[in-house]
Unconditional design. Structure first.
Length: 762
């Protein structure tokens, strides 16, 4: 049989029988039994079996007799109608069914019985007589069609199971958020509710809610499922070149992986002498290849959905970008493994049939080599996306990620084109989501400034603390800045104007003239008023284990001069390589004006207003996160806050001086705010170690690194029955310490403590 006939026949099986019904199998079984036979009353070759079935009287008579013996009247009628439509396509028509009316039961018994070995596609049997398929042959053909139907149907169903799984996950997220919203509308304050056998604090308010089994379940669920790292201690920190999500995310991902393994390796109906693939091994190869290929393709829309910036699921569940980024990576890895298995199974099957020459013939087919390219591109994406590479060479990673993703979509399109649109429903959604994301990015840019090319930012660099401040005017923005928001910044007059990086917004400021007229905070992020002179000496908490340090005179800081534009957003940036290094170089001598393009805001505002006590654990430029919340939390409208504590690990004393003078600007006068600053640079190299500056009373300065666990434990004890939110926004080790400390506190039964982590997890 010719190669192209074999290819088309084998590839048409899943699609053909996915559209058929079980009651088609009887008439189809008779057709299949006679398909490899060549009757010599027509010049049509055996390969053109559809045309032969219309023009050969011997073949048609044999088919009619088989259907008359083995099939019901309804099955015969349905099969004949379908076959007649096929014959019309060849400008032919079937002879009437009554051409076999002259055959008696005795005549039928005398007919030659066609055996399975004669109906094999590997041999061509030429006949000049009417024959009847044997019962064994008919049963094999019937089972072959039924199995092909079952497998093609189950492949699709298992592919859609991917969407069912994530629908359940997203529904749970939506439900939790809805419950939280209802609770917030009812103004129910978060309270600590100790477990019955937990350690009770002294002097708790007499109106403290009573404990119960629900509080115990809540505390234990947070302690063992929601908050902790998946294994041991590390979560934000990498383990080698790998990162492991929090336990609740890992459980979700693990369930997804197990489901994919199970669905990719079960429900294979195989039997010897299958009419398509007689060998059981070949049947396994084909079914595994089909199953993994379809499930891999079904996972692709999920990969695109979870990986976009403007993911609608971010809005409806309230989960952060890092959560969906973890889902994006793991779904992509699973899909890639399935694509590899798909390619290997098909390749093994082809080599088993004809070796290298046979494989090379397949490789010349467009659908086949595009499938090979798609698999190679998917593997390349995974290899270039490992944590170490994407962290150290982010721009290269991003470029390759985009290019290779486009290659995957295009090659997959050509790979499945032979199915006449059967699987286009898995590819077009990826294109639509990509376009939707790009369109929304444009809208975000235009909403910030319709004339986006006219936005001018001022970058200033302080060499003493190695910090770049970027002030961007937002007078034309349609969206008010919100606490916790971040923006993607493009520098248009840079040699790499297409590069963008996300930066957390520290705060939004007014110019001093307008601030003097109105001191009222913004209903969103809040505006920062001009600086107040402070003259209170250094002080520290009595229970601190560190020793307060002396410092030099207050440095001349960036906030002294009016370099910020009116109604400007301020970003605090630590320069490293690439994009941030170019920002630093442009502003090293004098403040530099740059034309920037701003895309945002992104992110979400944490529900910190629900808690009476908030503890920020910040490191370096992570101070931007608490700065973005201070004004709104301490405003008169936020009456629930009784204590706001910021623990800040900062490398340089000069950076501390700069932030205190320029960024806090009077917030430290609020008695509810406490700032504990830890200078991590060695004491012997600190320039300001001789004189004590005029620090506000709320600030305590120490040398060394903070004991994060102790800070969390102390705050949980001092909260005394009120709700506590712990927010980590710093290096991985600091965040992991905070997470572990919260788990320990939850272990004492204090269910009212919640942990939030704000970080970019590429």
């Amino acid at each position: 049989m010719r190669l192209h006939a074999l290819i088309l026949l084998s590839l048409s099986v899943p699609v053909c029988f996915a559209r058929s019904r079980p009651d088609d199998f009887c008439f189809g079984g008779c057709q299949q039994a006679l398909r490899a036979v060549q009757f010599n009353d027509t010049g049509v070759t055996a390969e053109a079996w559809k045309q032969k079935a219309c023009e050969s009287l011997l073949g048609v008579s044999s088919l009619y007799l088989c259907a008359d013996v083995y099939c019901s009247e309804d099955e015969r009628q349905q099969g004949l109608e379908a076959l007649n439509q096929t014959c019309h396509a060849f400008d032919s028509s079937l002879p009437p069914f009554d051409i076999i009316s002259g055959y008696t039961d005795e005549d039928i018994k005398e007919l030659r019985r066609l055996q399975p070995e004669e109906a094999s596609r590997r041999v061509t049997t030429t006949l000049n007589e009417v024959v009847m398929p044997s019962e064994k042959l008919f049963q094999l053909t019937y089972d072959t069609l039924a199995t092909a139907y079952f497998e093609s149907k189950i492949h699709i169903e298992y592919g859609f199971a991917m969407f069912y799984f994530w629908t359940v996950v997203i529904t749970i997220g939506m439900s939790v958020r809805l419950i939280a919203l209802i609770t917030s509308l009812q103004k129910q304050e978060v309270q600590w509710k100790a477990v019955p056998d937990g350690e009770d604090d002294n002097n708790i308010a007499s109106n403290r809610p009573k404990t119960g089994i629900l509080n115990l379940v809540n505390a234990r669920f947070k302690q063992y499922v929601i908050v902790p790292a998946t294994f041991g201690y590390k979560c934000s920190q990498s383990i080698g070149w790998c990162t492991i999500p929090p336990r609740i995310q890992s459980m979700t991902i693990a369930t997804f992986i197990v489901m994919n393994i199970y669905l990719s390796s079960t429900a294979y109906h195989v039997f010897p002498d299958n009419m398509y693939w007689p060998e059981v091994f070949k049947q396994y190869c084909r079914y595994i290849a089909d199953r993994t290929g379809i499930i891999s393709l079904a996972n692709m829309p999920l990969i695109w959905l979870f990986g976009t910036r403007n993911n609608v699921l971010l809005w409806i569940t309230g989960w952060d970008f890092a959560t969906y980024n973890n889902f994006h990576r793991w779904v992509a890895r699973v899909s890639t493994v399935q694509a590899v298995v798909h390619s290997i199974a098909y390749t093994v099957s082809i080599f088993r049939d004809g070796g290298w020459p046979y494989f090379m013939k397949f490789l010349s087919k467009r659908y086949f080599f595009n499938g090979e390219f798609a698999t190679v591109a998917m593997v390349a994406i995974c290899c270039f996306s490992v944590y170490g590479l994407r962290r150290s060479y982010y721009e290269i990673f991003l470029f390759l990620h985009i290019i290779l993703s486009i290659v995957v979509l295009i090659t997959m399109w050509y790979h499945v084109e032979i199915f006449d649109g059967e699987y286009d429903g898995f590819i077009w959604p990826c294109v639509y989501m990509w376009l939707f994301d790009r369109i929304l990015r444009v809208f975000r840019i235009l909403s910030f400034n319709v004339k986006f090319w006219t936005t001018e930012a001022i970058a200033t660099y302080d060499s003493d603390c190695n910090i770049v401040r970027l002030a961007v005017p937002y007078t034309k923005s349609l969206l008010e800045p919100q606490p916790g928001a971040f923006y993607y910044v493009y520098v248009l007059n840079s040699c790499k104007f297409w590069e963008s990086h996300p930066f957390t917004l520290a705060y939004a400021t007014e110019d001093e003239d307008s601030a003097e007229e109105s001191r009222a905070p913004s209903p969103s992020l809040g505006t920062i008023t001009p600086p107040h002179r402070v003259s209170t000496p250094v002080s520290g908490p009595e229970n601190s284990v560190s020793t307060p340090v002396a410092s030099g005179e207050m440095s001349t800081l960036l906030g002294q001069s009016k370099t910020s534009a009116p109604l400007s957003m301020t970003f605090i940036i630590r320069p490293y390589d690439g994009f941030t290094r170019r920002l630093k170089e442009s502003a090293q001598q004098t403040p530099a004006k740059s034309r920037v393009l701003i895309e945002g805001p992104y992110g979400h505002t944490l529900p910190l207003h629900k808690y009476q006590n908030v503890l920020f654990i910040a490191g370096g430029t992570g101070i931007a996160m608490p700065l973005s919340y201070i004004t709104s939390l301490l405003s008169s409208s936020s009456s629930t806050i009784s204590s706001l504590h910021i623990v800040w690990a900062v490398r340089e004393h000069e950076f501390l001086d700069q932030v205190i003078k320029t960024d806090f600007r009077g917030s430290l006068d609020d008695e509810r705010l406490i700032l504990s600053a830890y200078i991590t640079r060695p004491k012997e190299v600190d320039k300001n170690d001789e004189e004590i500056p005029a620090y506000p009373k709320a600030l305590s300065v120490f040398h060394g690194r903070p004991d994060v666990r102790k800070e969390v434990e102390d705050m949980s004890r001092d909260a005394r029955g009120e709700g506590l939110a712990v927010v980590a926004c710093g290096p991985g080790m600091m965040a992991d310490d905070a997470r572990a400390a919260v788990v320990d506190v939850l272990g004492t039964g204090k269910a009212g403590v919640d942990y939030f982590e704000e970080s970019f997890n590429w």
